[in-house]
Write a protein that binds this ligand. Sequence first.
Ligand code: HEC
Ligand code: HEC
Ligand code: HEC
Length: 469
Amino acid sequence: MARIPAFSALSVAALLAAAPAIAAPEGADPSLVEKGRYLATAGDCTSCHNNPKTGNPFSGGYGVGSPIGMIYGPNITPSAKTGIGSWTLDEFSNAVRKGRGRGGHYLYPAMPYTAFSGISDADTRALYSYFMLGVPAAENEAPKTELAFPFNIRPLMMGWDLLFGASGGKPAAQAPESGVARGKYLVDTLAHCSTCHTPRGMLMEEKTGSFLAGAQLGQWKAPNITSDPVSGIGKWSEDDLFRYLKTGYVDGKGVAAGEMGLAVQNSFSKLTDGDIRSIAAYIKTVPPVNTGAKEPRSGWSKSAPLPVDKLESPLEQKDYKAFITVSNMSGAQIYEGACATCHGYDGRGTPDRVMPSLVGSSAVGSADPANLVMTITDGVSRTVHGNHVLMPVFKTKLNTSEIAKVADYVATAFGDPSHRVTEGDVQRVYGGGREVSWLIANAAALTWAGLAVVVMAIIGLFVAWRRKA
Ligand code: HEC
Ligand code: HEC
Ligand code: HEC
């Protein structure tokens, strides 16, 4: 990934001196730019505004998948031509906190302005200073977002914004500096945890009363992280949460893969210890929401591997050719061949825990097999504090039936023996997609039907008027 040159007070001073034409935001000073850089990390702006072709963190082009289609993150470098170089602070603030583009058009909530609505004025100014002065301009025309009817009509967002556009609340008068209040401010606004972890209603709005109670996220599941001891993470200590957000891994509890792995890598792990502790402290206070789990997903302590000598040796099979294919192996045999070198025959990982224990892990113990299946399918690749954690991708090596067999073995031997995983489950997980409500799925037909009703009414009125005339 292309890196932005490390900020230095000198470079900003030089920039300001050398290029007086650049509209320096009022009160721009190096410490403000540095503060903005930190807030941009907390807001993980790069995760959707990067350029997947060049690796530039902010020059745009990344596609955010959504139930209504692909929405592209624009170029937010200070390029005057293809970026936001000529935007005023107000225009920037309207985009980030109100979801209104330059000129007032409605942005789609794939941009988390719903959460960013609560960012304080001072923090917004710091972010603006950073994007104007701390980020090098880069030319890139991000692809145009073209959604299907009726979602291509941006003004449709007007009503939605009125109802749901500010789940992050009104702009904080002042961002709290420490403690649980600081954690709440970060979670509700910049860290936008709820955009992934809160379930959505009929209109894709975040369901009130179910804050952080877990949601489908593409093929993955962002679990219930409320303080409920069974459905949520009430049994995780504040220290567990701190370690999870800082490193992406808590031994015997959970691993951050998929989008959480990216969020930990690019954002949470880079926050100050004080801010991570504040977030952990606040998450512990989130009201419990019981989503019906019978047992906590993490914390299973049982390990029931089949003894090696009981594993039916493939070599005993009569047809030598048949055993060459993995498809004839049992889940336990696939585990032994493909996983045990790292995770241990007993699923407890290496003694130094460089290779993690599967016993106790939430992906393994969850009644919903999504994250177990997806971890095996996509592997894990996360670089945190210079340490690259890697589990290989298995989708290129195992087919759905083989992934189902090994997932079934792992889930039942190291988690809950009643959590069987079938090939149908794997296919259902791959079908994934955010839960799309009936309203969203039928929006085009409903809009046409609505239009038809209006047109009929107009024709009706016209006919009535003609009769009178
Ligand atoms: C989860 C993905 C995501 C994150 C995180 C995100 N954005 Fe965005 N942003 C988008 C998308 C998608 C759009 C375009 C929306 C549209 O086309 O309606 C956008 C639009 C914008 C725009 C308007 C640009 C234009 O040309 O219209 C600005 C400014 C912006 N984002 C700034 C930020 C900043 C600053 C951050 C971090 C604090 C951030 N974004 C974090 C996805 C994201
Ligand atoms: C981009 C989407 C996204 C965002 C933003 C996000 N999460 Fe997650 N989170 C996930 C997904 C997906 C998982 C499941 C990861 C896995 O199993 O490998 C997860 C897992 C977790 C877990 C582990 C739960 C368990 O039982 O294993 C915790 C704790 C967590 N997230 C906390 C947070 C907090 C706190 C925030 C905000 C500071 C946050 N997340 C923001 C998507 C997200
Ligand atoms: C080369 C070593 C290696 C192999 C082989 C391997 N893994 Fe992993 N696995 C890892 C690493 C490393 C992690 C992530 C550790 C971290 O995040 O710190 C991981 C994570 C996981 C997790 C996530 C646990 C959680 O809490 O979310 C599961 C489940 C898993 N592996 C299952 C498997 C299965 C099943 C196989 C065989 C099909 C397998 N692994 C093969 C190294 C490996």
